[in-house]
Design a protein around this ligand. Structure first.
Ligand code: LLP
Length: 400
């Protein structure tokens, strides 16, 4: 019950503004975004680390503009993301291109743009990039994405660094990589790349990753390769349960782990690809209650947003805080008795039983027309929206 009585993010002015607007929409608090970016910049700059924003987390224009203005690089996973990064002013020297299935068209686009580095995920991909670069008389910079078999201890749907995952090159294939690199005259080996999963909150996981990277870079050095860059990927998690009291991830601790446990020579660069931790908390999905269905076994709040606007709960059983912001005073006043609460299943309008944001949520008694905020939706929210059921595209609203 206690969680019902915490302060919520939105002030009365914001809520009054929402009342006038068509729902559903993603609300972006650019103040929170800037605070988060600034915290990350400060902690990473201390060690001279290079942070590339993983654009897949959110490519909303205003968000990209803010991130670019802080001087972060871009981590892209499609040709269109490379294009968007360039259009939003990210420097080509700061763009990396990852992805297990880059098409020839996408590789050509990135070669034409002279991006900083391809994170290559298979021996065959090395060959293809080499051929395409040769045809253009160019040299492509390459980091080898290695699957280190380190458990990220996160939801198995968002784990990427285990032997059974499709990502990266397994360590037993590294001899073949070395062989290929010797034959590929149009590739310049820059270093090694890792990304073991997302929403990682246990720093021990990153310590284990560092140990593994140290072994692997040693191996490459022994084979006569100069490892100039170590790209450790992203994955730093956020607090979905306490979006107000723990708004900004602990970047200090995160970067410190790498400082302590990663062996870095003075002439080496360390690169990061953070997505979620930069953008998750700056946004909430705001929806209206369309219908209240009180049943015998269940009470339902049927919202005008569903899995088409935010699919994370349905796809990964992801938890998001849900608040009735029209009943804000009932949260604020911390009334411990006398407040009417009901347990609702918070569902969307889509014709699928799985279209449920959360079950048995304790909420103040809610009514048709109430505004509901689903919190911490800045990462993998708007970007994963779809038009299933021929739904309208979800809108975006900004704090300023
Ligand atoms: N680098 C690579 C190679 C990646 O594949 C990813 C994310 C990142 C960096 C950024 O990871 P982050 O810092 O955001 O955790 N849709 C899922 C998450 C998928 C993550 C995909 N890769 C979700 O909603 O939880």
């Amino acid at each position: 019950m206690a969680s019902l009585y915490r302060k919520i993010m939105f002030n009365n002015h914001t809520i009054n503004r929402f009342k006038e607007l068509e729902t559903p929409f993603y609300y972006y608090d650019l103040g929170i975004l800037n605070k988060t970016l600034s915290a990350c910049k400060e902690s990473s700059s201390k060690y001279g680390y290079h942070v590339h924003y993983a654009m897949k987390a959110n490519f909303n224009q205003r968000v990209l503009n803010a991130i670019q203005s802080f001087g972060f690089g871009a981590d892209c996973v499609s040709g269109n993301e490379v294009k968007a990064a360039l259009e939003h002013g990210f420097e080509k020297e700061n763009i990396v291109f990852a992805g297990v299935g880059k098409s020839d068209k996408e590789i050509n686009l990135a070669l034409d743009a002279d991006i900083f580095c391809f994170n290559a995920e298979s021996v065959q991909e090395l060959m293809v990039i080499n051929d395409l670069a040769k045809a253009k008389n160019k040299i492509a910079n390459i980091a080898i994405r290695i699957n280190p078999n380190v458990d990220a201890h996160t939801h198995h749907f968002i784990t990427t660094g285990l032997d059974e995952n499709k990502f990266g090159i397994n360590t037993w294939q590294l001899d073949a990589v070395v062989e290929a690199l010797h034959h590929c005259a149009n590739l310049q080996f820059l270093g090694i790349h890792f990304h073991i999963g997302s929403q990682i909150i246990d720093m021990e996981v990153y310590k284990n990753l560092c140990t593994r990277i140290n072994e692997i870079q040693e191996w490459f050095t022994e084979k006569g390769f100069e490892v100039k860059i170590l790209n450790v990927g992203g994955g730093l998690g956020v607090d979905y349960y306490n979006p107000d009291t723990n708004q900004i991830s602990n970047f200090e601790n995160y970067f410190k782990v790498f400082k302590q446990f990663l062996n870095v020579r003075a002439d080496q660069e360390v690169h990061f690809e953070l997505g979620r931790a930069l953008v998750a908390q700056c946004s909430s999905l705001v929806a209206r209650v369309l219908y209240v269905k009180n049943g015998i076994k269940k009470n339902f709040l049927v919202l005008d947003a569903g899995m088409t606007e935010l699919i994370r709960p349905m796809l990964y059983q992801a938890y998001h805080q849900i608040e009735n912001i029209s009943r804000k005073s009932e949260y604020d006043e911390q009334i411990s008795v006398g407040i009417d609460t009901i347990q609702y299943d918070i569902v969307g309008p889509i014709c699928e039983s799985t279209d449920c944001f959360r079950k048995d949520v304790e909420m103040p008694t809610s009514f048709r027309g109430d505004l509901i905020a689903i919190r911490t939706t800045g990462a993998y929210g708007e970007v994963m929206a779809s038009s299933y059921n021929l739904r309208d595209r979800v809108g975006s609203v900004y704090s300023n």
